[in-house]
Structure formats: C-alpha cells, structure tokens
Ligand binder design. Sequence first.
Ligand code: DX5
Ligand code: ZN
Length: 219
Amino acid sequence: MDNNQFLVAPSILSADFSKLAEEIKAVESAGADWIHVDVMDGHFVPNLTIGAPVVSSLRPVTKAVLDVHLMIDHPEKYVDDFLAAGSDYITIHVESSLKVKETLIAIKDGGAKAGITLKPRTTLDEIKPFLELVDLVLVMTVEPGFGGQSFMTEQVEKIKTLKKWREEQGYSYLIEVDGGVNADTVSQCVDADVLVAGSYVFKNDYTQAIKTLKEAKNV
Ligand code: DX5
Ligand code: ZN
C-alpha cells in the first residue's frame, strides 16, 4: 500500500441508483480504490437500503474492492449471502450481534476480509477483544443511517488510539473513517488509511474530489 496517499472508498449511498453500474464505473475511472456499500435494515439503523442481490449485480461491473458495511441486526444470518455475492470486505457493528467473534471468523473462513465497526457512542473497549482478528476497523464519524451528516470531531481520538494500538501490538488492520469526510474535515483523518466519502464525491467532480482526498494524507 502507498502510505503517502489515502485509499478512497466512495459510498454508493449518494450515487444515482437509477444508473448504479455507470456510477461505479465512473468513480472507478475517477480513481476510487474501493466501493463502499452501505447495507441498512431499518432496524439497527432507522433507514433501509440494499442487500446482497445488489452487491451480486455490482460484482461483474467493477474490479474495485467491494467494501460492504453491514448496519443490520444479526449480521451472522446474512454473511453467507454477502460472501456469495462477491464482497471483498465485510464489516459488522459490534453492537449488532452477540456472536461477533464467530461472525468475523465466518467472514474470514468464507474468503473475505473481516471488519469491525462501532457507533460514535460506543467505546473502543467494546471492540478491543476483536482487534487481533480483524483486517479492518471502521471508525464512524457520524451516527450510522444517513449520508450527508456532519463529521464528529470528537471521534478522531479513536483513529489516533487505533493507530497507536496497532503499532504497539503489531496488529494488521487498516483504519477506515466513515461519515462527513470532505476537503475540510480530511485533515483530521491523517492517522487513517481508508476514507469513505459519499456526498463529497458524488456531489462534486468525481476525479477532483477523489484526488483531493487521496492527496490530503501528505498535506
Ligand atoms: C452512514 C454511512 C456512510 C455514508 C457516508 O451510515 O455508513 O457510509 O454513506 O456519507 P457521507 O460521506 O455523505 O457522510
Ligand atoms: Zn458506511
């Protein structure tokens, strides 16, 4: 990985769903590294989006990493569907399941990379037991559920701590930030590796927006 630049994962939540394949090809040719897919069940979060069949339809459209963020209760019930759909990363919320460890292991055994995430009000202590297992830790900088919210600066401490723990303990996870990331807030994310950006990418020139984020690691 080029540590001098962020990896950028546009969130398709802000894309035009009437032409999703074209939107994905467009952000991919605009420099996107990953495609972030927000799965919501109307239960774990107060919004409803898409499921595994959409991931499955997108898989042949792009070579980019499909980064699936499950904001659903009982993710263990759906992991097989998202694995079969061709997800590269599957991230679950620590608050969403009583079987977090088993679910992470199932994701890895199924051939995908496993991620853990937490809501803003959840402390890092809750995910600590799983850090040695995961490939990705996603720090939410908004309340999960909707795109276009403001970046929560008080969450930045979690990014710094995760980086410190990774160095101290030799963990291998990537640190990803999700919510309110844009040209103004990206400077607060320097300790992360991957940036999710929905509205900032899709409401601007895709190439310029992605470039601005990627290069902000060095500023
Ligand atoms: C929120 C989602 C985010 C969202 C980010 O629940 O997890 O991925 O799409 O959107 P922006 O970048 O607009 O905050
Ligand atoms: Zn997300």
